[in-house]
Design a protein around this ligand. Sequence first.
Ligand code: SF4
Length: 684
Amino acid sequence: MPDAPTIVPAVTTLLHAAVTAVGGAERPGQVEMAEAVARSIKTGEHLAVQAGTGTGKSLAYLVPAIRHAVAEDATVVVSTATIALQRQLVDRDLPRLAKALKPLLGREPTFAILKGRRNYLCLHRVHNGAPEEPEEAALFDPFAASAIGRQVKRLHEWSSDTETGDRDELVPGVGEQAWRQVSVSGRECLGVSRCPIGTDCFAERARADAGKADVVVTNHAMLAINALEGYQVLPEHDVVVVDEAHDLVDRVTSAATAEISGAGVSAAARRCGRLIDQDIADRLAEAADGLTLMLTELPVGRMDELAEPLRNTLRAVRDAARACIVALGPERAAQKENVVDATAHKLARAMLDDTHDTADRLLDAFDEDEAHRRDVVWVSGDSDRPASLRVAPLGVGGLLRERLFGMSTTILTSATLTLGGAFDTLARQWGLPLSTTSVRKVDGMATDKEPPSDEGPKWTGLDVGSPFEHGRAGILYVAKHLPPPGRDGLAESYLDELRELVEAAGGRTLGLFSSMRAAKQATEVLRDRVDHPILCQGEDATALLVTKFAEDPRTCLFGTLSLWQGVDVPGPSLQLVVVDRIPFPRPDDPLASARQRAVAARGGNGFLTVAATHAALLLAQGAGRLLRSMGDKGVVAILDSRLATARYGGFLRASLPPFWSTTDPAVVRGALRRLDEAAPHPVV
Ligand code: SF4
């Protein structure tokens, strides 16, 4: 790297240059955030910064991050939850920033994108193949097998066109089973020094590029793997920026979740059967059959006790896998020289290790009493998937505290980090110590939070607010007159209310439902009762539906979870967000219910700590769909009267943007009609 100038300009100077270059306007919240990020990098004190939509928060952290990287010849890692944000950073923000800052920094800052090995096509697997294995689907459904075969053929063709081998660049994508046939995990990779295609390897190239870059963009799963594994999968770095930090805990939990099924154990037995004494492999195959049988008899859902027969089955799986590992032994010299043999050995060993470790983890999960268990176990499966056992951590705070906050200065940011007006709820989940100070922004002034008093990593919470005037631009309407939501779908009174709102708004409605069943019911009924087109998630690719919705203001879009967080439609096509019910986790959600019970067992309020927090985060995200650009106006309508009447309603309302609020349906319909009349009308 060429030498950086000895005096690096102040972060505000760089931000000004960057904002000017991208043709934007500097905003007070953005400047404040950039200064706070720079301060955090300098002092090493972690920072949680809430920055509303429209703040320009990516520039506010990228500028100080780049400044630090160039001045200190260091690498900064930026992690996102979604591919959309990753793309925005790599395709738009970073290239423009690099050019804008070059004259001031003396050289052009560099950046790279790095994902887990499984995200890249493995050329060795494509060209030299793995010893053929019938995939799970083929065992159950020949049609699925031929569909997978077609996808794999497409992947082989794509392998000679793609420059990155990055799965996210393949449009349309392929299913997981097809992708697994052309990719490897870290455990399955031969290693660059042994692999005949190592020098052309996409994953290795991405790693090499990342090792030289000032800014490495990655995802939360990769951060989790970096924290979970004993070795570094990310280049050496001293600062991490976690954008979309509201999703960090869920993504880390997913990365730390393991799964075992009879079919998976059978596949491991077949893999190693060719390499070891058949009798030893047969023991594992028998244990797999036992597990398959056992799982078909178990009800789907959380498992609080490990029944003796299942314990014995898991012991049999673990011990048989161990015996296979011993029989397989370390790679012999002859295998090392033969790539085909080395590949077979590596794949078998990886599957056996996974089988052994997961069975062992499942057996350990029930050792402690319920209040002190670290893992939760459940049986998962449905009509499309045979049953499996899953094990996930109850909390990831300890891991993050030690392996994220303990290793690098960490800046967490999102439009939604304060719940009930404070950072504490999320801080607790991240493993950071609590503070008693509330940070609700008052009179447009950001409020710096006192450093927490108890032991643990030092951190500061900062809310830089939002450029939107929520009180003027938006109305929070709670349909207090409706009965609380029932269990049997949407009641007639809800459907009527929804119809009246959609008609008043003239379409322009995003319907966020707590279940796909409710979204479909609302779609069906409203298609009969209103003239506006209603799109429903699942009827086409979500991105395509969102585009159609954005193009025609009269169109409504109804759906569930991914729409709560993923829709960004500025302008008059979206003037009404309707939420059918408070999005508490389902009572049979194994993780949420186990977390709730663990909090209660320790004397806390499990419902408030887990279920209300989950709902608050999603509600805030859903309400955040309304105002996406300056000049946007509209209504967030919550049909669930409990938001106005229940004890926890205050906590949930305090987690929403500070809209003007009403419970009067006539007032809100009048406002929607006026907005509809004032909006530019589409040419028919
Ligand atoms: S180095 Fe690993 S990931 Fe890369 S091509 Fe070889 S086996 Fe595949």
